[in-house]
Design a protein around this ligand. Structure first.
Ligand SMILES: O=C(O)CCC(=O)C(=O)O
Ligand SMILES: [Fe+2]
Length: 193
């Protein structure tokens, strides 16, 4: 992994954590075998479909949620356990849940947010694996408008955010009008509460 040297944050990246062909295969397999959920989000009293499909896997007994919804994870599959082991080795950190996102097209997205839920403890460590179509990952500093960064997340890449990153920055996957194939993203996290 290389350090992206994002000021006031700790963000590391490996653009070929998995070889291209292996990553394409994992994209196709996970897309097919995951029991995708369509969650609803409520913004200013109106309810919408979340602009992507998701699923949560994790250790038995844990719960994790965001935007006011709590989820119970499905038990780890063999495939996800293998990926988790690979990621833990690379990051030197243990994880106990994995949120999977499916971005079906360029119209699917993930709006500005930080993964700073209190269940993740003081300085959340988040490892993010991307399979399939490349999408831009944007970072913006909470207090300094000049500090904005974007990174094209490649098929098979690993992005690791730790330290104070979730306090100092928000991140997003923006919509795009370009014709774009599906993308799967796995974020490994550690629930400590
Ligand atoms: O899809 C991505 O690369 C980011 C996903 C994300 O930020 C999240 O699920 O919290
Ligand atoms: Fe996130």
């Amino acid at each position: 992994m290389i350090d992206l040297k994002i000021p006031d944050a700790s963000v590391q990246y490996d653009d070929a954590f998995y070889a291209f062909a292996k990553a394409e295969h994992l994209q196709a397999t996970l897309q097919k075998e995951t029991p995708w959920r369509q969650n609803k989000i409520t913004v200013f009293g109106k309810t919408y479909d979340e602009p992507r499909l998701t699923q949560l896997y994790g250790d038995a007994g844990l719960t994790y949620g965001y935007s006011g919804i709590q989820f119970e994870p499905l038990p780890w599959t063999e495939r996800l356990t293998q990926i988790k082991t690979d990621v833990e080795k690379a990051c030197g950190t243990q994880f106990n849940i994995c949120l999977i996102n499916l971005y079906r097209s360029g119209q699917d997205s993930n709006g500005w947010h930080a993964d700073n839920e209190k269940e993740l403890g003081k300085n959340p460590s988040i490892a993010s694996i991307s399979f399939g179509a490349q999408r831009y990952f944007h970072l913006k500093h909470n207090d300094d408008k000049e500090k904005r960064f974007k990174l094209l997340l490649k098929n098979g890449s690993l992005l690791y955010m730790s330290g104070e990153t979730q306090h100092t920055y928000k991140h997003q996957i923006a919509k795009t009008k370009r014709e774009i194939q599906p993308r799967i993203n796995l974020t490994f996290r550690k629930v400590v509460l």
